[in-house]
Design a binder for this molecule. Structure first.
Ligand code: NAP
Length: 261
């Protein structure tokens, strides 16, 4: 009997890291479900790019922060495909307020935290039962190295740190059912989300601390997501830092390594 076609759902795949991940999974033979909230034209462009490369894909509009819309999306996925092999929980549900703790309003702060967690919580709760039926599946959450930073990222940092902890709970629950869950945490990636903050100073700062010598682009990020979603088994419940060397090169530049070495 023929193996059923592998199916991947990527939340927030109309642009940025999600779109690049969708294209790469399409190249690897997955049928790709390109989720988006608003930008239907961009989502359809991603489907067109996957099809032009010989793959198959479809768009599904759903606000992943809305439990009812996520339930409808998953009913549709289940009815059409019967299963789901990969979920990449990626949607950038709330652009972070880049303000220090004493400047950020409570509304902006908690809006970022709840938006981040809602997008992960509702999808997870709807997807796990579908994957559990076949005792198989992979979930990859997209987090940020900002979870470990301080400064003008208080809301973003708190939201992503909460996401990291949440995903470890999911990993433990899911592992009992044969489902593999990990999180990939990126440093700065050049997308619409960073266009407003990636000025010359920040770009130079990142370039000095990157083995790439440049800011990561969505294809760099997608390669890491797909390595976790479609690579060898073994890593489970981890938050995998993908920063192109930022952490070690930053310590080197600050002399931390020499001082203690
Ligand atoms: N860029 C970075 O430097 C960076 C670094 C670390 C982590 N990350 C994380 O990587 C992920 C993707 O970021 P990005 O930079 O690629 O973002 P982006 O370029 O701003 O793209 C955001 C995507 O999310 C979708 N989206 C937003 N809210 C949604 C919702 N409620 N439901 C469904 N889709 C929704 C958008 O769809 P529509 O346009 O159709 O609404 C769009 O496809 C985020 O989780 C972000 O925190 C980014």
């Amino acid at each position: 009997m023929d193996e059923p076609r592998r199916v991947a759902l990527i939340s927030g795949a109309s642009r940025g890291i999600g779109a690049a991940t969708a294209r790469e999974l399409g190249r690897r033979g997955y049928h790709v479900i390109v989720n988006y909230r608003q930008d239907s034209a961009a989502a359809h462009r991603v489907v067109g790019e996957i099809e032009a490369g010989g793959g198959t894909a479809e768009t599904v509009r759903a606000d992943v922060c809305d439990d009812g819309e996520v339930a409808d999306m998953m009913r549709r996925v289940h009815a059409e495909h019967g299963h789901l092999d990969v979920l990449v929980c990626n949607a950038n549900t709330v652009n972070p307020p880049f303000e220090p703790l004493l400047a950020v309003s409570w509304e902006a702060f908690i809006g970022k935290v709840t938006g981040e967690l809602a997008g992960a919580f509702f999808l997870t709760r709807q997807v796990l039962p579908v994957m559990q039926r076949r005792r198989a599946g992979r979930i990859v959450y997209i987090s940020s190295t900002a979870a470990d930073q301080v400064g003008a990222v208080a809301a973003h940092s708190t939201a992503k740190a909460a996401l990291n902890t949440f995903t470890r709970h999911v990993a433990a629950t899911a592992a009992e059912h044969g489902i593999v869950v990990n999180t990939v945490a990126f440093a700065t990636v050049r997308t619409d989300a960073t266009a407003g903050v990636l000025n010359d100073d920040l770009r130079k700062f990142v370039e000095e601390r990157s083995v790439l010598g440049r800011v990561m682009d969505p294809d760099d990020a997608a390669a890491s997501v797909v390595a976790v979603a479609d690579g060898p088994l073994g890593t489970v419940g981890q938050v995998i830092r993908v920063d192109a060397g930022y952490d070690v090169l930053d310590q080197q530049l600050h002399g931390v390594v020499e001082h203690f070495g």
